[in-house]
Unconditional design. Structure first.
Length: 134
């Protein structure tokens, strides 16, 4: 039952972030993109994004191996790793958006999404929402 509750919490978070994106896009008079749309600016950005994904997976596996002795610590380390990686990804996305596109409003939507995700992760850490699974 608790697993179902945790799954419902994650779905609610995802729907909330999607709703915020739609509201921001409508208020800025932007096209509403599909949820799973590829957001690469150009082929160089796509290539860098794929390399980042590979490096991130490698670092995640190394982190998993190094923190496997303390499960509660590893959960928090993974959440902070996700925050750091999301910030790094946002900086690269913002750079490519500013340098190669004329649609600068896209950064606002992406920044709002990033801010909400960071707030959710910090809330999960502070209130120990998934404490029974760690």
């Amino acid at each position: 039952m608790e697993l179902v509750k945790a799954f419902l919490i994650l779905i609610a978070i995802f729907l909330f972030i999607t709703l915020i994106q739609i509201i921001i896009r409508k208020s800025l008079h932007m096209n509403i993109k599909d949820i799973f749309t590829n957001r690469h600016i150009n082929s160089l950005h796509k290539k860098i994004s794929w390399y980042m994904g590979g490096i991130g997976l490698f670092l995640w596996i190394v982190l998993l191996i190094n923190t496997s002795s303390s499960p509660s610590l590893s959960f928090h380390v993974f959440l902070w790793f996700i925050i750091g990686w999301a910030l790094f990804d946002f900086m690269i996305y913002a750079f490519f958006t500013l340098k190669y596109t004329s649609n600068r409003k896209e950064i606002l939507v992406h920044f709002a999404e990033l801010t909400i995700w960071i707030a959710v992760i910090v809330t999960i850490i502070n209130f120990n929402i998934f404490g029974s699974y760690v």
